[in-house]
Design a protein around this ligand. Structure first.
Ligand SMILES: CC(C)(COP(=O)(O)OP(=O)(O)OC[C@H]1O[C@@H](n2cnc3c(N)ncnc32)[C@H](O)[C@@H]1OP(=O)(O)O)[C@@H](O)C(=O)NCCC(=O)NCCS
Length: 209
């Protein structure tokens, strides 16, 4: 069992590592680079510039502090920073949400991530998005590298597969396979064919609401 100072050091190191990883991923996204070993990686200057200039990074930074405060049962910090991000950036991230690395809030305005939603790494929110329950029946899991177009709502106990694209203003009520596109209300799924084009494969209303 670790003593308290050792555990605090590990926790602080974890926080710093996440804060750095968030800045690197954001800088990479701003350069339209895909993650992975093939990508050379942004310079330190690019990462610092991304951290200083992007509102989304400040939201992420506060979320990291909130996660650490929760882990350490520091009273008040989680709720206070939630209020700060809501007032300053009009983005509301629930009290128990854990975000993956390098989330990109292109525009922070009007986005709500609530309940028990889970958001993977490098997910991109284009603004005015809602991720949450449909009728108190559970919340979505958004896998890595998903892009969520402006105004889109993702509701209920559903899974959005890695690399999927949710079109602007879509209301998504069922699972979306990895790499597929979902558009409309209720969203229709367009799966990627072998030639890289998309074909509609039906409505997503299946009662998951
Ligand atoms: C969903 C999206 C990725 C589709 O892009 P695409 O693969 O290039 O597809 P296309 O533009 O060729 O459109 C294919 C079809 O889907 C329709 N479509 C595209 N986007 C749609 C949307 N958001 N809602 C409903 N239908 C949509 C098109 O009208 C077209 O229909 P058709 O086949 O009957 O002519 C894109 O339109 C989108 O919504 N991007 C989000 C952009 C955004 O949020 N920007 C915010 C900037 S701050």
């Amino acid at each position: 069992m670790l003593d308290a100072p050792a555990a605090a050091t590990i926790s602080l190191m974890g926080l710093l590592r996440k804060i750095a990883a968030d800045a690197v991923e954001l800088a990479r996204a701003l350069r339209n680079e895909r993650p992975g070993p093939a990508a050379g990686g942004p310079s330190l200057k690019d990462a610092v510039r991304a951290a200083l200039t992007q509102d989304g990074y400040k939201v992420l930074l506060m979320s990291r502090v909130r996660e650490t405060a929760r882990r350490w049962h520091v009273p008040g910090v989680n709720h206070a920073l939630r209020l700060v991000t809501t007032v300053l950036y009009s983005i509301e991230i629930g009290n128990d949400i854990e975000l993956g690395e390098g989330i990109n809030f292109t525009h922070t305005l009007g986005t709500v991530i609530g309940g028990t939603s889970k958001v993977g790494s490098r997910v991109k929110f284009m603004g005015n998005n809602t991720i949450g329950t449909a009728k108190d029946n559970g919340c979505p899991v958004i896998e890595d590298d998903v892009v969520i177009g402006c105004g889109a709502r993702v509701l209920g106990p559903i899974r959005i597969g890695r690399g999927a694209f949710i079109g602007a203003n879509a209301v998504v009520l069922t699972d979306v396979p990895p790499g597929a596109i979902a558009t409309g209300i209720p969203a229709r799924i367009h799966e990627r064919g072998s030639n890289g084009t998309y074909a509609a494969s039906g409505s997503t209303t299946n009662g998951a609401d």
